[in-house]
Write a protein that binds this ligand. Structure first.
Ligand code: ADP
Ligand code: MG
Length: 447
């Protein structure tokens, strides 16, 4: 409402005057019919008292819908308790319109519990039933598509259901970062801090992306402390445990480990079947158990793809007017993928794919990747591709060397070592590599 008052005043006075005298006025409290405003210095205070007190009173009374007196104070005159009172007032107002960002389809009810996720599930339920008290923070980690986001949002949905008045905020680390940057640019840090430091439950997804982002780490450190000290619940997910997140300040790492760390493993066969069955029922897809078993044998480590396969199968069957049978499954996965996947637990990531993805990222040609140019950008891209081939693809040094037309495999050893070192020192580069890893890992589980 004060913002509205400011807008009214802005219409009345000269822009320059508004900027120097009014713009930075902040509400301190509304108490016993007096609205206290904080001025940034004595000159402003005296000037306004002398010339504009009545104008402000009029606008304020109109906007707040009741007769209010106005007092202008200086920062040093403000007592703490009043500040607190205002904060509470503001928080209450804001709570009503703060979006949770939760997807209602992610609930505990439709989360299939198996040996692979039993521990994380139990921890999540405990946190949902006793936010801020059971485990704080709860840190869930595991590979792509294993249900981390689902479980985290289930906590939020559960709490929202039981206590609608509680503020639950779900946000990805990336959006948190972007919002922070926007707030900095637009001079909205106060709002940003108020938003995140006053929620009851904060759910931050994919925290590994905070790696190397020093500014975000500092801000999040304070957010975390404010929430933790106030007994508010924090839940974090990551694709790896805190100790394996590179370029994370020690103080954040240790806080991530304060509560409980729970991992999610790839689902075993039984769980995969159970998930497929649940999904088939939910979507009204009629499919025999033998087919579910077949799919569960093909896709082993990504639940998103497990579900996707069923959906694709259904679509194909409908389109072609065929029944869902083994034939159709084979067609869908194509003969080669089918045998490949059936025989190995995870599909091997080809070096060619790694090279291609890195070329795209660095906007260079495959010829350059495989050539001998020592231009900085090209050499770096080549070394990163070698590093990823070793790290993600697990290829031998000599195999990698020949894939890059190199005779000497020590070139590869050198590249791997160099990139490892660079990751520790260069946050931007590290971020790029992490994103490449995620993209390639997704591919390696692709069907
Ligand atoms: P992650 O965040 O770990 O990458 P998601 O939470 O996005 O994975 O899960 C991928 C998909 O798999 C989602 O559609 C989710 O509902 C589903 N899923 C994951 N785990 C389970 C489970 N245990 N039971 C039912 N569905 C699951
Ligand atoms: Mg996720």
């Amino acid at each position: 409402t004060w913002d509205k008052c400011l807008r009214e005043i802005r219409k009345e006075v000269k822009p320059q005057l508004y900027k120097t005298m009014f713009k930075d006025l902040k509400v301190v409290s509304i108490d016993s019919g007096v609205l206290k405003l904080k001025a940034k210095d004595r000159i402003v205070k005296e000037y306004l008292e002398k010339n504009y007190l009545n104008v402000i009173k009029e606008v304020v009374s109109k906007e707040f819908g009741r007769q209010l007196d106005v007092a202008i104070v200086l920062a040093e005159d403000i007592h703490k308790p009043l500040q607190l009172e205002l904060n509470l007032f503001e928080v209450k107002k804001r709570k009503e319109n703060l979006e949770s960002n939760l997807n209602p389809k992610y609930t505990f009810e439709n989360f299939v519990v198996g040996a692979n996720n039993q521990f994380a599930h139990a921890a999540a339920v405990a946190v949902a039933e006793n936010p801020g008290k059971a485990y704080n923070p709860l840190f869930i980690y595991g590979g792509v598509g294993l249900g981390k986001t689902h479980l985290m949002q289930a906590i939020g949905n559960f709490i929202k259901n039981v206590s609608p008045s509680k503020t639950v905020v779900y946000i990805t680390t990336e959006s948190f970062m972007n919002e922070l940057i926007d707030a900095l640019k637009n001079d909205k840090m106060t709002e940003f801090r108020e938003k995140y430091r006053t929620v009851d439950v904060l759910l931050i997804d994919d925290i590994q992306f905070i790696s190397g982002k020093d500014g975000t780490q500092i801000e999040f450190f304070h957010t975390f402390n404010a929430l933790y000290d106030a007994g508010k619940q924090v839940v974090l997910t990551s694709d790896r445990p805190p100790k394996d997140i590179p370029m994370l300040t020690e103080r954040l790492r240790s806080r991530f480990e304060w509560g409980l760390i729970a991992d999610i493993q790839p689902p075993d066969f039984e769980t995969r079947i159970a998930i497929l069955r649940r999904k088939a029922e939910a979507e009204g897809i009629e499919v025999e158990d033998s087919i579910l078993k077949l799919i569960a044998n093909i896709i082993k480590s990504n639940i998103r793809q497990l579900e996707g396969a069923l959906t694709k199968l259904k679509a194909k069957a409908t389109l072609e007017g065929k029944p869902i049978n083994e034939e159709l499954v084979k067609e869908l996965f194509s003969e080669t993928t089918f045998t490949n996947l059936k025989n190995t637990s995870t599909k091997k990531l080809p070096i060619e794919k790694i090279k291609k993805v890195v070329c795209e990222e660095f906007k260079i040609e495959m010829k350059q990747m495989e050539g001998t140019s020592r231009k900085k950008q090209i050499a770096l891209a080549r070394q990163i591709a070698m590093y990823l081939a070793r790290k993600l693809g697990n290829f031998s040094y000599s195999k990698i060397a020949s894939a890059f037309n190199r005779d000497d495999h020590t070139t590869v050893i050198h590249a791997v070592h160099k990139i490892e070192e660079m990751r520790k020192k260069n946050p931007n580069l590290n971020q790029i590599i992490m994103e490449l890893e995620v993209r390639l890992e997704e591919f390696s589980q692709d069907v």
